[in-house]
Ligand binder design. Structure first.
Ligand SMILES: Nc1ncnc2c1ncn2[C@@H]1O[C@H](COP(=O)(O)OP(=O)(O)OP(=O)(O)O)[C@@H](O)[C@H]1O
Length: 332
């Protein structure tokens, strides 16, 4: 039995078709990343799965239970942990009181271990918490009853890098113990570290479900190199270089150097090839600096799951499709 199954799940808000005939399955014991640009429809799917909003059409099953049947949904929720995107606890309660409340509702098999791991403050009122501390408390309440399935909406937002690493190791351990993890994310490095498979949603429609390796092969790296002397751009046209751009920047001594020759060339491009081949090619040049970074997930959506895939499938109505824009555009 799959942990999650969606069959033609559709949510029509009237002005926005937020989920359009979405079907896929999440297997037991896998970590499945649900990815898409802002407004693509991820939270709508999650909130529909949890019964907070009703689907316009289609259905879904959580741990084999129909979400449209109240009794079955309640049964599934006994074994489910959920971390919402805009987590809000009672502002006047302390962390300890929140934990006691959650323990009384759903049980508490693991809070001791989780408190040691995530260390939220317990004796302060929630209104004094930073957003990171709210998230830490949320992770404890999500896992404290030892659920079989967890649904996490952007789980690492607000966590510092150390806590993010702890969270990653913890979630991997849970997966190894048979827990199924379904989470939404914007962050490619998080997806790389965690996911077995990913589903990508755009404009309310599922674009693909694929192993995370396939996404990573496509996504590439953003390369920025600052050379001492100009490089013939033909020399940089090697397999896997896309969107090559050149700029002029100040040399390492800065614009105050006074010399007219203080400007030096900088090249940026996305690279999807073998990084060893690139480094071998670059050995011929004298460089001041070189950076190779993870591509922003938004760029990957744009490049591989972009407008052209979907625009021609318009239904002909003048409604707004969910998530047509990609925010924070990048010049690479
Ligand atoms: N209650 C609502 N009424 C009308 N439209 C809504 C409602 N909730 C969401 N939408 C719209 O549905 C679309 C999908 O929103 P949703 O929050 O599911 O996207 P998302 O992928 O989770 O986005 P983000 O990554 O920004 O959180 C958006 O266009 C949003 O404005």
């Amino acid at each position: 039995m799959n942990a999650i199954e969606l069959e033609g799940l559709t949510k029509d808000y009237g002005e926005v078709l937020a989920n359009d005939d979405v079907s896929f399955a999440v297997e037991r014991g896998e970590i499945f990343g649900y990815l898409g640009p802002n407004g693509a429809g991820k939270t709508t799917t999650i909130r529909t799965l949890l019964g907070f909003i009703s689907p316009t059409a289609g259905t879904a099953r959580l741990l084999g239970q129909e979400i449209t049947d109240e009794r079955q949904l309640l049964e599934a929720k006994r074994n489910l942990g959920y971390l919402p995107d805009n987590l809000a606890f009672d502002e006047t309660a302390t962390g300890r009181e929140i934990l006691e409340l959650h323990a009384s509702i759903k049980g508490d098999d693991r809070s001791e271990e989780l408190l040691e791991l995530f260390q939220p403050p317990l004796d302060r009122e929630i209104r004094e918490y930073s957003s990171g501390n709210v998230q830490k408390l949320g992770l404890v309440t999500t896992f404290m009853h030892d659920p079989d399935l967890v649904i996490l909406d952007e789980p690492t937002s607000g966590l510092d890098p150390l806590l993010q690493r702890r969270f990653t190791e913890f979630v991997r351990g849970e997966r190894d113990n048979g827990v199924t993890v379904f989470f939404s994310s914007h962050i490619l490095s998080e997806v790389r570290r965690l996911c077995d498979r990913v589903g990508i949603i755009r404009n309310g429609r599922l674009v693909t479900v694929e192993p995370v390796e396939t996404l990573l092969e496509r996504s590439g790296k953003v390369v920025r190199l600052h050379a001492v002397e100009p490089i013939d751009s033909n020399d940089l046209k090697i397999a896997g270089v896309h969107e090559l751009e050149s700029h002029t920047v100040s040399g390492p001594d800065g614009p105050a150097g006074g010399e007219s020759g203080a400007s030096e060339p900088e090249y940026t491009f996305t690279f999807t090839g073998d990084v060893n081949v690139l480094l071998e090619r670059l050995r011929e040049y004298k460089l001041h600096d070189l950076s190779i970074e993870e591509a922003p997930l938004e760029d990957v959506f744009m490049r591989f799951y972009g407008e052209n895939d979907l625009d021609d499938e318009s239904t002909g109505t003048d409604r707004v499709a969910a998530g047509t824009g990609v925010e924070g555009g990048n010049d690479v």
